[in-house]
Design a protein. Structure first.
Length: 332
């Protein structure tokens, strides 16, 4: 089994790249994914410098190779279709720059999200439609898919030009949030270089069978995130679609930006679901089956831990996830 096990370094955003890589190495991880823009800053990837200097690119890649590690993905998650002028255009530009950088670095995969447009050409804010029983919402979706297809045709062509594959994370709040919508985008675009980043956690809390999703998508699965989720007692009265979030003050330390003037809100105290370290929401045998399904698609696929379990520190949560992921891989 040759799956590349690693981590997305965003959980170590306050550490220098070298220190972050050392932490991954201590946990037996060899695959690395770094952020390049979108919702989050890029502390581990000087995008402008790397785009402009072949020497800088060689030195940057050496930081991974000298540790026996591989840079397997550039992550640019955001909403490139957002009609807000401080969000959509920037995220779209970040994505284009990331694809060009991936081509220059020889990194095969760029991870991102499909984005969500507004409801109509005059809309100011994005609008996520998930249950279009009322005919008006099919009109909204028709408009949104038209916007998305035009944008993603351009991105697919850019990825093809740079010999890069774009792996779309199926994430709620996006037009593409399930295997069905992922395949719809690929088919509508006629894409050759668009596929899925199989982040298990977002499928879990929506109630999907993750292994079945991998098998259904097959070769459209390009890249994967090892991230666990669990349903909580709050789901009894909230379901998994819940708006009981509260605002985080503008002066709050450590707030997570999502665009100019916008940032993540605070979760309810009794959430319907939450992210947990790999192995805590689903046991090790479950993760073995997940890895087996991925390996059947591509035995060399990168599977990168994304640590967002608030109950553990950055390093503790990453170490626990790595231990359980290694155990799952050993059982293959």
């Amino acid at each position: 089994m040759a799956l590349k096990l690693g981590a997305y370094t965003s959980c170590l955003h306050d550490r220098a790249l070298g220190e972050a890589l050392d932490i991954l190495q201590e946990n037996g991880l060899t695959s690395v994914e770094v952020n390049t823009g979108g919702f989050l800053p890029a502390p581990h990837c000087p995008v402008d410098l790397l785009l402009s200097s072949a020497t800088a690119r060689a030195e940057y890649l050496a930081a991974f190779a000298d540790r026996g590690m591989e840079l397997t993905g550039l992550n640019c998650n955001g909403n490139p279709l957002n009609p807000l002028p401080g969000v959509g255009p920037k995220h779209a530009d970040d994505l284009r720059r990331t694809i060009r950088l991936a081509g220059l670095l020889g990194v095969q995969h760029v991870v991102t999200m499909s984005g969500t447009p507004g409801s109509d050409p005059a809309a100011t804010y994005p609008s996520w439609v998930v249950n279009p029983w009322d005919g008006v919402y099919l009109d909204v979706l028709d408009y949104q898919w038209g916007v998305a297809v035009e944008f993603w045709q351009e991105i697919d062509a850019l990825a093809r030009e740079n010999d890069v594959r774009v792996a779309i994370e199926m994430h709620p709040h996006n037009l593409v949030f399930s295997p069905v919508t992922l395949r719809r985008l690929v088919d509508a675009v006629g894409a050759t270089h668009l596929g899925a980043e199989l982040d298990s956690s977002h499928l879990m809390w929506q109630g999907m069978d993750v292994v079945a999703c991998v098998k259904w998508l097959g070769p459209l699965v390009f890249h994967a995130a090892a991230k666990d989720a669990m349903l909580c007692p709050g789901a009894d009265i909230r379901g998994v679609l819940d708006t009981s979030f509260t605002r985080v003050p503008a002066d709050a330390p450590g707030k997570v930006p999502t665009g100019y003037g916008f940032w993540c809100n605070a979760w309810p105290e009794d959430p319907a679901w939450k992210f947990v370290a790999v192995g805590l929401g689903h046991d090790v045998p479950y993760w073995t089956e997940f890895l087996r399904a991925l390996a059947q698609v591509d035995p060399d696929m990168a599977v990168n831990i994304e640590h967002e379990d608030a109950a553990y520190s950055q390093t503790e949560g990453l170490a626990l996830a790595a231990k359980n992921l290694h155990s799952a891989a050993f059982a293959l």
